[in-house]
Design a protein. Structure first.
Length: 320
C-alpha cells in the first residue's frame, strides 16, 4: 500500500467522522434519541481509530536497531489490532447497553426533525469517505473481489477504513430506520431497537477485523503470485540446480523476508557460489521489490531415495 494513498483515506475518514460525531451528539442532546447517542459514540470511536492508524504508520517508520533488528514495520499491525478489538468493541458494547436501556425505559423523542436532518448529512459525509477509500484501494485490489482484498491485504489501513465506512453507513441506515419508525408510529421502542442493531453491527465488524489483523500479527507469508515470481527468479539462471526449501514472512506491510536453501554443484568454489548468490538475490528483488531482506543458504541436494549418497557432498553455509 502506498503510504500517501493510505494516509489520504485515513485523513478523509477522520475529518468526516469528527464532524459527524459532533453533529450527532448535538442532535442527541436536543432530541434524546438513543440511536443518535450510539452513532455519536460510534463516530468518536472511528475518529480515534484513524488517529491510531496514523500513529501506527509513524512508529513503523522507525529505523531498525539492536533490539528490533528487523525494524518496526509490524507496529502497523499492532495498532490495527487495537483499533479492531478495543475501540470497535467499546463502541459496540456501549451501543448494546444503551439500546437495552432504551427498550426497557422508552421515552419520546424531542425535536424529532433534528436527528433525521443530521443522519442525512452524516450519510452524505460517510459516502464521501467511503468513496475516497474505494478510490485509493482500487489500484491495489486489482482483480480481487472486495472480500478477497480485505482478507489478503498485507497493509491493514485501507481494509480497516473500508470496513469502518461500510459499518458506519449501515449504522446510519439503522439509526435512520429507528428514528423514522419512532416518528411515524410514535413508539420510541423502535429507537432502542435501532440502537441495538448498531451495537451488534459494531461487534461483528470488530470480530472480522480482529481475525484478519491477528493473522497478520502471527505472521503471513508471501502471496501465491509473489511466491511464484520469487521461485521463477531463483530458477531463471544457471547458478542453482533446484530450490531445496523456502520460507517467506512479512516483516511489515512494506517488507518481505525471503529465506531459502538452494542446491549448488558440490564442486563449486566458494567464490563462485558467493557470486551466484548475489545474482539470485538481485533477480529476487527485481521480481518482488518488497523482498528487501533475503537470506540464501547454499547446499548440495541429496535425493532421499538414493541408497548411497555421494561421499563428496559438501555444505557451504552463507548468509548475506
Amino acid at each position: 500500500m502506498s503510504a500517501s494513498g493510505g494516509n489520504k483515506a485515513i485523513i478523509a475518514a477522520f475529518s468526516a467522522n469528527l464532524g459527524i460525531a459532533i453533529t450527532k451528539l448535538i442532535a442527541w442532546a436536543f432530541s434524546g434519541s438513543s440511536s443518535m447517542l450510539a452513532e455519536g459514540v460510534h463516530s468518536i470511536a472511528d475518529s480515534g481509530n484513524q488517529l491510531l492508524l496514523l500513529l501506527g504508520g509513524r512508529k513503523a517508520r522507525k529505523k531498525a536497531d539492536a533490539e528490533h533488528p528487523f525494524g518496526y514495520g509490524r507496529e502497523r499491525y499492532v495498532y490495527a489490532f487495537v483499533v479492531s478489538i478495543i475501540l470497535f468493541s467499546v463502541g459496540g458494547i456501549f451501543s448494546i447497553y444503551e439500546g437495552i436501556d432504551k427498550v426497557q425505559h422508552p421515552h419520546p423523542l424531542e425535536v424529532p426533525w433534528l436527528p433525521i436532518a443530521v443522519l442525512v448529512i452524516a450519510i452524505v459525509l460517510e459516502s464521501y469517505s467511503l468513496r475516497t477509500a474505494i478510490k485509493e484501494s482500487n489500484p491495489l485490489r486489482g482483480t480481487q473481489t472486495w472480500v478477497q482484498f480485505v482478507r489478503r491485504a498485507k497493509a491493514p489501513e485501507l481494509p480497516v477504513v473500508l470496513l469502518e465506512d461500510v459499518a458506519a453507513l449501515i449504522g446510519l441506515v439503522l439509526a435512520f430506520l429507528g428514528v423514522g419508525l419512532t416518528i411515524v408510529t410514535g413508539n420510541p421502542l423502535w429507537d432502542g431497537i435501532g440502537t441495538l442493531g448498531i451495537g451488534v453491527l459494531l461487534v461483528a465488524v470488530a470480530v472480522i477485523l480482529g481475525i484478519e489483523t491477528k493473522s497478520l500479527l502471527v505472521g503471513e507469508g508471501a502471496s501465491e503470485a509473489d511466491l511464484n515470481a520469487i521461485t521463477a527468479a531463483i530458477l531463471d539462471g544457471p547458478e542453482t540446480r533446484r530450490i531445496i526449501h523456502m520460507k517467506t514472512l512479512y516483516l511489515g506491510p512494506d517488507e518481505l523476508l525471503v529465506a531459502t536453501k538452494l542446491a549448488f554443484d558440490s564442486s563449486s568454489r566458494f567464490s563462485d557460489i558467493a557470486a551466484a548468490i548475489n545474482s539470485v538475490e538481485t533477480r529476487i528483488r527485481a521480481a518482488v521489490p518488497l523482498a528487501r531482506t533475503v537470506y540464501i543458504e547454499p547446499d548440495v541436494y541429496v535425493d532421499p531415495n538414493t541408497a548411497n549418497p555421494p561421499t563428496d557432498a559438501i555444505v557451504i553455509k552463507g548468509l548475506e
